[in-house]
Write a protein that binds this ligand. Sequence first.
Ligand code: AMP
Length: 471
Amino acid sequence: MCGIVGIVDAGGVSFPLYYALYALQHRGQESAGITTFDGERLHKCKDQGLVADIFNADILKELKGDVGVGHVRYPTTGSKIPENIQPFNFTFQNKKISVAHNGNLTNTTELRKKFEDRGQIFCTSTDTEVIGNIIVDELRKTDKMEDAVLSCMKNLEGSYSVVIMINDKIYAFRDPLGIRPLCIGKTREGYIVCSETVAIDALNGELIRDVKPGEMLCISSEGVKCTQITEASSHGHCIFEYIYFARADSVIDGRLVYDVRRRIGESLHQEAPVDADIISPVPDSGIAHATGYSESSGIPYREGLIKNRYMGRTFIMPNQEARENAVRIKLNPVKQHLNSKSVVLVDDSIVRGTTSRRIIDIVKDAGAREVHMRIGSPPIKAPCYLGVDMPTREELIASKKTNDEVCEQIGATSLHHVSLESLIKATGIPNDDLCVGCITGEYPLCIKGEKGCPRHIEYVAGTFQSDLKDF
Ligand code: AMP
């Protein structure tokens, strides 16, 4: 998964890009980068690590210009080599171009081969470079971004929310199914387009709206122009953004993520009530779900685990034993809250099952009498091909084991996952507009060897155009 941002602002963009990336840090911690354009040339800084470790005031002062893009990366395609850090920058026919992408393409290999067969070279192993190639291949012919993005939407399979800076303009587009989020907001002297609304909040900006699935925006100092490139029969918003990935204080496609999670927690109580002493979240991912369970049941919400706020990825773990202990350094039990208590422990999801096992051990060691595990997603049974780092079926505990077997393996007194029906209801999004592939094994687009219900896509490029006054 990744986070992307593009800003056009007359007051300069490097500091706003930094703050926006800081707000999107949860979407990727492996590397980060910023590219700006000063009217003549690109200014770039990117590296491995966290946003706060890569940039400082001196670096940001050198990133001159009123237009720029930024990226935080959690690698799904392409290895962790420095060349793969985004934004991906290049020059084409005197155009200075910088691309940042969130999502995962499922036909990268075929597309790369097509270009390589024509003698094209690649400098990275990312799918983002493929997007860059399609764009310039089309610009070469017509010099119109509408055509270039139409070509992307005809050729790319998978998920992609993209921001591209071409000289002093930012283009942003979202795949026809709207799998990954993307929204636009107003800043003091311009506009921001970004993965989540928290980045707009960080700049004290104002959310305008989500970028529509299949839509392209062109943002410049003159304003914003919107062009619908495709219309899909229905969409495929990622359910996991609501369950775990997005920040709880983000609003995605009109819904506050916190509210969705709270409603999931209410359903967890209605579907599997327990006569317990306290409701405790696994911080931070289970907090909103746990408040919903507590409100619905009337059982007090009490934190049984406190997370160390300063656990970064830089935390040194020299060996396996240390890694296993790391969870104890990350999460400290509040023994006074847990001792001799029956506890409902709420978390967002179980993927491999290793985290739950360790956490339940900690809660039991702290004296809990019973640990009833309640999970804010149905069992995760199938891999994600569209950008969430979900392993193969073999590694997914729920793909091989029954609920009772998982309960035993993680050492819980009881275990309940929210039903798919309640989960969908909590999002308020129609079933047909969601991707629930990791739960059902059926995807909203064609994936080799998998089942699905691919959406019908019409190419309507340029039919609907509007400028900012129509927002
Ligand atoms: P585990 O069951 O050990 O794989 O860990 C699952 C926990 O990791 C969940 O409770 C989430 O908080 C978190 N998680 C879920 N999916 C992901 C993901 N794709 N990348 C990183 N963390 C995740």
